[in-house]
Ligand binder design. Structure first.
Ligand SMILES: [Zn+2]
Length: 332
């Protein structure tokens, strides 16, 4: 099982995919937003996947109520704070929380820049209450198009010193990475790291594109990588990591069955793959559940579990000093 001598990390965790159903309910009431049902229990299926969804877009729809109730910056700050609390309660030692400020701002016309500031504030307040380390990743929501992503990027870059990376997320199939080459030039010029959702709803070509044209050193999901041996070799040789999310890949229909997930093959091939949640509140799971899934359904040995933990630390966007500190904290 999970090795306590190594820290527990979650590198692929959406802040705006982890808004508690109870918080959505309360904010809707306070902000006079009508929800589709008058009963909390009946509301849960609107914001939480019950089994699996038809595809990625159906899955992503479950995130919409969480951001629909964010009427002001205090609401944004609250969900950021609660994300820190949830990560701490999940037993995590270090988390890279990612968020799309436009997606959180759009329903009530909040300023995208103000939303980024509110997220940073909320996370900092959380860090005062809970003993956990957190870094932030800004997301460009490709679903809203090239121009909107440019505005989102500009808001994020205003706070570039408080971010470690920029990600591209959303509708991979209809908004391929080719559309965002100019955006990621700016990201790299700003000195930020790049992780990209690829090979989830798109094929191996999408993963190649993310690496060679967008400059990604980590790939979110990357399930389609398994279909291209040359790509796998390229990833090993160039130290490109895969952020795997087992339950999410089942719930989005990316794999029909978790037992068919290629994570073990990635690991055995030498790709630095690690295990993550994705959207914990929407999925109704936490990080420890994902390790249980790896062990029970994919039959990971204790050594392979340990390798996932080691890979997460190695590929995290932490400085070498911070990695060493995190590791030594586990052994004191
Ligand atoms: Zn994701």
């Amino acid at each position: 099982m999970i090795d306590d001598t190594l820290p527990l990390l979650d590198l692929h965790r959406h802040l705006d995919g982890n808004i508690r159903p109870a918080t959505i309910w309360q904010l809707a009431e306070r902000n006079a937003i009508t929800l589709p049902t008058a009963n909390f229990e009946e509301f849960i299926p609107y914001v939480q996947v019950q089994h699996s969804e038809a595809d990625l877009l159906a899955f992503l729809k479950k995130l919409d109520w969480g951001v629909a109730v964010l009427k002001n910056l205090d609401d944004v700050k609250r969900v950021a704070y609660e994300n820190v609390e949830d990560a701490f309660n999940a037993g995590l030692h270090y988390v890279e929380l990612r968020f799309s400020p436009y997606y959180m701002a759009m329903n009530h016309n909040l300023s995208i820049t103000d939303v980024v500031a509110a997220i940073i504030d909320g996370v900092q307040a959380g860090l005062k209450s809970f003993n956990i380390k957190i870094n932030l990743i800004g997301i460009l929501s490709r679903t809203f198009g090239v121009k909107q992503c440019q505005l989102e990027l500009e808001a994020l870059l205003t706070f570039k010193d408080q971010l470690v990376a920029i990600d591209l997320a959303g509708d991979e199939y209809n908004f391929p990475g080719e559309l965002f080459v100019e955006h990621f030039k700016q990201v790299r010029n700003a000195g930020l790291q790049v992780t990209v959702h690829a090979g989830e709803a798109g094929g191996a070509k999408s993963v190649w594109q993310a690496i060679t044209e967008l400059g990604a050193t980590r790939i979110g999901h990357g399930v389609a990588t398994i279909t291209d041996q040359q790509l796998m070799t390229h990833m090993v040789n160039n130290n490109i990591a895969i952020e795997s999310c087992l339950t999410s890949n089942f719930q989005t229909g990316t794999v029909n069955n978790i037992s068919q997930h290629p994570l073990k093959e990635f690991l055995n091939f030498g790709i630095k793959a690690c295990l993550n949640t994705d959207d914990p509140a929407v999925q109704g799971i936490e990080i420890k559940h994902e390790f249980e899934v790896a062990q029970k359904i994919l039959h990971f040995s204790d050594n392979e579990i340990k390798q996932l933990q080691k890979n997460a630390l190695a590929v995290s966007f932490l400085s070498n000093n911070d990695k060493a500190t995190l590791l030594s904290n586990q052994n004191t």
